[in-house]
Design a protein around this ligand. Sequence first.
Ligand SMILES: [Zn+2]
Ligand SMILES: [Zn+2]
Length: 343
Amino acid sequence: MKGVVFRGDRVAEVRDFPDEEPGPDHVLLRMRASGICGSDLHNYRAPASEIRFPDNRVGHEPCGEVVAVGPGVTRVRVGDRVMNHHYLGCGRCKYCRMGYQQLCSDPAFKRGYYGGSLHGGHGDYMVCHERTCVPLPDELTYEVGAMLACGSSTAYLALLKLAVSGRDVLAIFGQGPVGVAATMLGAAMGARVIAVDLSEARLKLARQAGAWKTVNPNDGDSVEQIRELTGGEGADATIEAVGLPITRKQSATAAKVFGRSALVGERGQAVYDATPDIIHRHLTIYGSWTVSMLGMEEAAQFVVDRHVPLHELISDRIAIGHAVDAYRRFDRQDTGKMVIVWQ
Ligand SMILES: [Zn+2]
Ligand SMILES: [Zn+2]
C-alpha cells in the first residue's frame, strides 16, 4: 500500500508499505478520506533532525470504512463508516473515560497518536484501536468526516466553550482550515463573524463560509478595524487560530470589556500587557485543544442537523500519489481545506 511520510525540511514522500492486519482490539480501515491539517505544517517544516517518526505515515484526520476487525473487537463492525480520534490513550484513566484520550495520564500511552508515533491516515489502509473509532453519520461524506476528525471539531469545541450565540459578534484570527470552519460553524450558531487573515483568497472563502465582515491586517491594524466594525467596543468573543504572539495579543485586545477569547493555534509564546489587556477588561480566556470522542460525534450531528456545508471549504481533493505536491501548495497557506481522497 502507498503511504505518506515527512522527511523534514518541507519534503513529503510517497512510499510503499507492507500490508497490515489488525491485532487484538484493533480494526483495519480502508481509508476513504484523510485531511491535511494546519498543525501538520509544524512537522512538515521541521528540520530532518527533528522528525521523530520518519518512517510512520502521517495524517491525523483519518476517515474510512472498517474492512477487518481483530480478535476481541466488540464496538465496531466490518462495513462501519468511522472517523478516527487520533489519540490512542490507555482507555482506563479519567481523561480517557471522558473521551479526551489526548489528555491520557498514563505515560505509556500518552504519546500514542495516529499520524505521529503510530501510522496515520495518509495511507491506503490504517490500523487503529476500536476505541478510537467515532461513527460517521450516514448523511455525511467521508471527506466531511475527515474534516471533523480534527480541524472542524476543534473549531466546534472552541465555539462551545465561548458559548457563541446569535447575540455575538465573533472575530476569528486566521482563516486556515480550523479558522474558516469556525467561521462557518459560528455563523450557523447565529454569530456575526468577522474573519481576519492576510490572504485575500482565504478571506474570499471566509465570506462564502458566512462571514459577516472580513479584515485584512494589510489594510491597517486589525484590532482598530474590528473596533470600527463594532461601534468602538470590540468583539463579544474572539478565536485565535494562527498560533503567533501578535495574533494572540490582538485576539485578546480585539475582544470587548467582559469579552471572551479562545486560543486554538498552537506553539510559541503569547505576550500580554496583563493589566490593560486582560485584567482591567475583565476578559475570560479559554484554551481549547482538539475535541473529545463525544464532542466529535456532537459536532458531526450539528453539521447534519443544521445542514452546514462544510464540504464547500474543500479546495483540493488529492489522490495519494499527488500528496508531495499537495503539501508544497498547502505550505503557502493560501488554500482552502485539502483532503486526500480514495475513490
Ligand atoms: Zn489537526
Ligand atoms: Zn488514559
